[in-house]
Design a protein around this ligand. Sequence first.
Ligand code: PEP
Length: 247
Amino acid sequence: MRKKIIAGNWKMNKTPKEAVELINMLKTQVDSNIVDVIFCVPAIDIIPAVEALKGTKIAVGAQNVYFEESGAYTGETSPAMLKECGVEYVIIGHSERRQYFAETNETVNKKVKKVIEHGMTPIMCCGETLEQRELGVTIEFVRTQIKGGLAGVDGEDVKRMVIAYEPIWAIGTGKTATNDQAQEVCGAIRTVVSEIFGKEVANEVRIQYGGSVNGKNAAELFAKPDIDGGLVGGASLKAEFGEIVNY
Ligand code: PEP
């Protein structure tokens, strides 16, 4: 039985002071005993977030990382830096990073491997555009993203990973995929993982749905057999995140 996992993606929101205020409000609303809960905060908020979450079961995640160990990469954050600050999860390949920062399946793959090497858990994102959905190529496109992102990763490590299926047309738009649309693609992701790494790995890897998840639609989405929780953007910055976690 896979444990549900619900992560908030704060994106580029909240200064360190605001982050601590939000955490102090949310930690009283969120029951992290039954599901795994993660706050993926901006890099500058990681240290105060880890401090503010001490004594709780809520983990801190980062929203990006670089795939080199150190050196002349101005503006980047290394995996060792994140690890030392107490980061447990790292979002990799979010569609906003693919769109605005030229992230590709190849860079996603390098980052996934580095994050695993440093003992953190990747939350690897995938998902199609509206145009791809309308053209009927969603499954094919997502399968390619999964194959590229997981190339050369050890099956034992894939078991402990999180994959987030986020249709781009549903992110931040208020347009959620139907439960069946979300299940269809999450099921297809589990199938491709099974083809590459075998059934045991596919049964253990956790697959989230993301895209306008809210307090009203969370329970039905998370009840689907291949959806093991959610990656939540907008609603993770409000008390509503508590409703999602306590679905
Ligand atoms: C996201 O940013 O990963 C996301 C799913 O955003 P939202 O919940 O706002 O659609």
